[in-house]
Design a protein around this ligand. Structure first.
Ligand code: NAP
Ligand code: GCO
Length: 265
């Protein structure tokens, strides 16, 4: 049955930073496909609020607080999941931050902070989770990449450095773990309507015009657009998809842009 291809019944999923935005959409979609959802965040109050929101969607999620940049904290958190829920079958390295500051104004400490969360943390969490998948003989890892895995743009040097690195970390995880039947892929969202992009999307911000011009679909993406892509990469249907970055961007990467006007040249 075609539905069986996307059935995640009995699969244990960990979504880092899964209390809102893209992470919550991923957790909700995979939960609706039958998976047991484990939601991580660094903030206990957000975990409590998220648990209620997942429940409202019929998903009894397991919440676990740990800082994805702290190796000991990650180890304790993953050990808790393995003891309470089971070996993680699907890992979504979603937690991320961004700082929009020009290079000349950015303290090195801020640059390092973004690299820590957006690049080193997926390494830490992946390295801790993979042994369980290897022992089980199967697993799925999805690293949340970005348009900035491909492009630079003013003011996001740390973020683009991290997301560019995450694209190649995804390739390297694939090279080392594919023989263990672990499929490691990335998702590269376009511009998605979440709290992270609110500052450059709301209140008539001119960046909104740029996104509309660069996005052939002429809309901001919704977190659910990413959840749907995560369902594919988490499913049996993607068992031979490995080391791939699935861009879910409304056509941005295919588009140089146009000049608004009669012919929209
Ligand atoms: P968001 O609303 O800012 O959510 C990020 C999540 O990561 C939050 O739950 C946050 O928790 C968590 N987090 C941050 N630092 C953490 C840490 N040290 N330990 C544990 N959790 C931590 O972002 P989003 O827009 O949903 O984006 C989610 C992912 O998609 C990010 O990796 C982002 O780079 C990527 N992405 C977003 C877009 C977009 O347009 N929105 C496009 C491409 C890629 P707190 O809220 O408690 O800090
Ligand atoms: C920015 C945005 C983007 C998005 C996303 C695009 O300031 O350019 O925040 O970086 O978050 O990464 O794919």
């Amino acid at each position: 049955m075609i539905q069986e291809l996307f059935d995640l019944k009995d699969k244990v999923v960990l979504v880092t930073g899964g209390t809102h935005g893209i992470g919550m959409a991923v957790g909700t979609t995979l939960g609706k496909a039958g998976a047991k959802i484990c939601v991580n965040d660094i903030d206990e109050s957000k975990l409590e609020a998220a648990k209620a929101e997942y429940a409202a969607n019929g998903i009894d999620c397991y919440t676990v607080k740990f800082n994805v940049t702290d190796e000991a904290d990650v180890d304790a958190g993953i050990s808790k999941i393995e003891a309470d829920v089971g070996t993680i079958d699907i890992l979504v390295n979603n937690a991320g931050i961004i700082k929009r500051v020009p290079i000349l104004d950015m303290p090195v400490s801020d640059y390092k902070m973004v690299i820590d969360v957006d690049l080193i943390a997926p390494f830490i969490v992946g390295k801790r989770v993979a042994p369980g998948m290897i022992k089980k003989g199967a697993g799925k890892i999805i690293n949340m990449c970005s348009m900035m895995s491909v492009y630079g743009r003013n003011s996001v040097s740390a973020y683009a450095s991290a997301k560019g690195g995450l694209k190649l970390l995804t390739a390297n995880m694939c090279c080392e773990w594919a023989k263990h039947n672990i499929q490691v892929n990335g998702i590269g969202p376009g511009y998605i309507a979440t709290a992270q992009t609110a500052p450059i999307r709301e209140g008539g911000h001119p960046f909104n015009d740029l996104v509309m011009m660069r996005t052939p679909a002429a809309r901001w993406g919704e977190p659910e657009d990413i959840g749907n892509a995560a369902l594919f990469l988490s499913s049996k249907a993607a068992d031979f998809v490995n080391g791939h970055i699935l861009y879910v961007d409304g056509g941005i990467l295919a588009n140089f842009g146009y000049v608004k006007g009669e012919n929209e040249l």
